[in-house]
Design a protein around this ligand. Structure first.
Ligand SMILES: Cc1ncc(COP(=O)(O)O)c(C=O)c1O
Length: 360
C-alpha cells in the first residue's frame, strides 16, 4: 500500500495504516497554510452552527458578492463549488472536450475528470532540464492539437507559473482554456498574474480557484470558477443542488474579511520558501524553483534513496512527504514537500539530513 493510494497527499487515515496511529503528523504531503484557518473563520463557524437546521443559500449569494468585489468582477461571473475539485469537474463537463491537452507532470484530477467524459488526452511532457517550464513550442503544440487545454498556474507538482509568452499563445489560439489557479493566492503578485479579469470578459476561458489551501480549510471544501456569465449559468445547471454547505459558505465570507491574515500568509511564504529551498539544496538535492507553498525536489541519481524509501523512513518518524514519482513524467527520485513554518521546516531538514547520511 502507498500513502497516495487515493491519489492525493494529506491522507492521515492511510498514514495510520502504514506507519501506525498518531494524534498528529508533521504533514508536508498536503499543501496547507501553516497559519491555520483565520481567526474570523473560527468565530463564523461557531455562529454558523445555528444555521444548519436550514438549507444553505442555493445561489451562494453573499459569498459570490464578496468574491466579486474582491476581484472587481460581477457575481454573475462566479460559480462557487465544493472545492476546486468540483469546479474542475464542472468546467470539464460544460466544455465537453473531444481532445484535451495537458502537461506532464500535472494534478491528477485533470485526467480523472477527463476520463469520466471519455475524452481523448493529448499529453505534452515538460522537460526536467528546462525546470519544467511550459515553453512556447509546447504551448503551440497544445493549442494546435486540442480543442480544450487545462493547465495549472502554478502547475502542481512543479510549482512553475505559465510564462507570459506561452499564455498569450494559448489565449490567442482557438482552443478553450481551463486555468487552475488553486495556489495563486499565495503569491504577492497574485493580482498581476491572475487571469480572473480576462475570464470574466471573454468566452472560452475558465479560471478555477481553491479556498481550501490558503485558508487551511480543506475539510470544509470550498472553491470557485470564474468565466463568462452564460458559461457560469450552464455550469450551475450541472451542479448538484446545495453543493456548498452552510458552514463552508460562512467560512468563505469570514475568510475574505480577514485581509491582515492574507498579507501575513503572503509574507510568510515570501520569507520561508527561499529558506527551505536553500536548506534542501544544502542537503545536496536538486531543488526546482517556483512560486507556491510547495517545493519539488529530486534526490541525486546515484543516491541509494528513492522518494518511496525516503517517504517510508520519514513516515515512521511521523513526517509525511509526497512521493512525486506517482505523477506521470517524474522518476522515482522526485519528492514534493509543502512549505510549513520555520520550526517544522527545520525538523524536516534535520531528519532528512540524518537519513540521507545513511543507507535506506
Ligand atoms: C492543483 C490543484 N488544483 C485543485 C485542487 C483541489 O483543491 P480543493 O481542495 O479546493 O478541491 C488541488 C488539491 O490538491 C490541487 O493541487
Amino acid at each position: 500500500m502507498m500513502l497516495e493510494r487515493f491519489g492525493h497527499g494529506g491522507d492521515w487515515h492511510t498514514a495510520a495504516d502504514l506507519f501506525g496511529e498518531r494524534e498528529q503528523w508533521l504533514d508536508f504531503s498536503a499543501n496547507m497554510n501553516p497559519l491555520g484557518p483565520p481567526p474570523h473563520v473560527h468565530e463564523a463557524l461557531r455562529s454558523a452552527w445555528q444555521t444548519i437546521t436550514r438549507y444553505p443559500d442555493p445561489a451562494v449569494r453573499e459569498l459570490r458578492e464578496k468574491l466579486a468585489s474582491h476581484h472587481g468582477i460581477s457575481p454573475d461571473n462566479i460559480l462557487v463549488g465544493n472545492g476546486a475539485a468540483e469546479c474542475i469537474d464542472l468546467a470539464m463537463r460544460v466544455l465537453k472536450p473531444r481532445r484535451l491537452g495537458l502537461v506532464r507532470p500535472a494534478f491528477s484530477e485533470y485526467e480523472e475528470a477527463a476520463a469520466k467524459l471519455g475524452c481523448e488526452l493529448h499529453e505534452v511532457y515538460l522537460k526536467t532540464e528546462n525546470s519544467f517550464v511550459l515553453e512556447e513550442d509546447l504551448a503551440v503544440r497544445l493549442s494546435d492539437c486540442c480543442d480544450t487545454v487545462i493547465l495549472g498556474h502554478p502547475n502542481n507538482p512543479t510549482g512553475q507559473l505559465i510564462p507570459g509568452a506561452s499564455l498569450r499563445i494559448l489565449l490567442s489560439s482557438g482552443s478553450k482554456l481551463i486555468i487552475d489557479e488553486a495556489f495563486l493566492d499565495f503569491s504577492q503578485e497574485e493580482e498581476t498574474l491572475s487571469l480572473i479579469p480576462e475570464a470574466a470578459r471573454r468566452e472560452g476561458l475558465i479560471v478555477i480557484r481553491s479556498m481550501t489551501k490558503f485558508y487551511a480549510i480543506p475539510g470544509l471544501r470550498l472553491g470557485y470558477a470564474v468565466a463568462d456569465a452564460a458559461l457560469i449559468r450552464e455550469m450551475q445547471k450541472l451542479q448538484v443542488p446545495w453543493s456548498v454547505n452552510a458552514m463552508a459558505q460562512a467560512a468563505g465570507i469570514a475568510a475574505l474579511e480577514d485581509s491582515e491574515y492574507a498579507a501575513r500568509t503572503k509574507q510568510w511564504l515570501a520569507d520561508e520558501r527561499p529558506w527551505l529551498t536553500q536548506a534542501l539544496k544544502g542537503l545536496g538535492l536538486t531543488v526546482y524553483s517556483g512560486m507556491p507553498n510547495y517545493i519539488l525536489f529530486a534526490l541525486p541519481e546515484d543516491s541509494p534513496w528513492t522518494a518511496a524509501s525516503l517517504q517510508q523512513a520519514l513516515g515512521r518518524k511521523g513526517i509525511l512527504i509526497r512521493d512525486a514519482s506517482h505523477f506521470r513524467g517524474l522518476t522515482n527520485k522526485f519528492v514534493r514537500c509543502a512549505v510549513r513554518d520555520r520550526k517544522d521546516n527545520e525538523v524536516l531538514i534535520v531528519e532528512m539530513r540524518k537519513l540521507l547520511a545513511a543507507h535506506p
